[in-house]
Write a protein that binds this ligand. Sequence first.
Ligand SMILES: Nc1nc2[nH]cnc2c(=O)[nH]1
Ligand SMILES: [Zn+2]
Length: 491
Amino acid sequence: MATLEIAPKTTVFYGPIISSDTISFYTASPRALVAVNSRGFIDWIEHDVQASQVQRVLKHKINELGLGMVQVILLELEEGEFLMPGFVDTHTHAPQVPNIGTGQEYELLDWLDKVTFPMESRFADEELAQKLYPSIVNRFINAGTTTCCYYGSLHLESTKVLADVVNQSGQRAFIGKCCMDRNSPDNYREPSAAYSIKATIQLVAYIRALKNTLVQPILTPRFAISCTDELLTSLGNLAAADPTLPIQTHISENQSEIEFVKELFPDCTSYADVYHKHGLLGPRTILAHGVHLTEEELILIKTTGAGISHCPTSNFNLRSGMARVADMLDHGIKVGLGTDVSGGYSTSMLTAIQHASMCAKMVALLPPPSTIMPVPGAQFSGKQLNIANLLYLATRGGARLCNLEHCIGSLEPGKSFDALLVTMKPEGGHLDELHTYPTLPPNTQIDRERLEHNLERFLFCGDDRNISKVFVQGRCIGGTAFKARSFSADS
Ligand SMILES: Nc1nc2[nH]cnc2c(=O)[nH]1
Ligand SMILES: [Zn+2]
């Protein structure tokens, strides 16, 4: 990236940008100016600016906005680079990262017992958390995740370490400790509901005391099977008492899990009803998976305003099934994507995007289930997810699910600059030279098509090597070109 420095205050990027507008439309703008102020917010965006007009437009903007004294750094993107919103990973487990790529012969309940609980239980050791969490968080950041919904282990102290690490990293995140007081080994179960609630309240206070608006606590009942009635009720009471606390949990991932939930909660009409009856289903709730949801549950989830984190990599890997995302969307339910490490074997949202695409294609091949009625005017049912849909789910849709759509998820004036600088140039990335284009005179239509093509190739065959810079609130916190403190929109 060539740097033309005028003086520091506002950073203006010049080059191609991608941004999700709605689930069906995205902007691919080959020659845009994006102005990011020193607080990390996008002040203005100007599309279709020819190179020869950049200085004129900048001067005009500065005069128009009365920014006479404001100094500007202009950063010109290089051939093959573009800016796009950062990824929002709406569901993952930090203490499971060391297990990535193991235990994939199991289905959910055996996998939890044999692989997952043993690893998470090791985080009783706070020193292990201090040793491992920095590289774990960096791994998510360098994969382009600017906002992450983390499950910690059940341990208060280690989850405080996770919060400290995220706080220092500059990533935007929700962090919860797992609440679990039954159906797990003695060394990985909280002794009572009261104990679990006390630790949760302490974690919430600890995270809030960090006074970092990017890092928020989240209530985390692991799943219905792990929680007694008393624990779910107390968590529901906490959520009711504090309207700013979000909630994350798992739902309807695997058939054996669903059967077990029925046995444990015979008075509830469905898995979703368990959470509903305990006051845990509402606009602040992120439900992971939802692979086997019934019509009645889809309606309940929509009515309460809760949303779903679709985790296709994990659902394929643990043989849980293929979530019917189109039905969720046609029911008007909020949907985002999650990596669900280590059920999912990748920290990269690119893998989640690729598997969401495959999942939707396979679901569209299946006959519609007799149990889910077609929604009048259904837009998604029976179809694959297109690029606009996938981009939305990984960025803006995730932001909406986390109730952050007003501040992140797209590149728009007024929003935080949570963004990725992506490079698709052959010498910078690893993608072959066949995809370089001959130099032609600027043509907006051709350039837009190239940009769309580059986005699709990035989503389907890109990886961390294509992510040069990861920005959160205007600050560069990761990516291949990141060197600590060397680059930020406000430096
Ligand atoms: N995929 C997944 N499902 C769960 N259900 C309860 N706990 C977990 C977990 O850690 N991963
Ligand atoms: Zn999970």
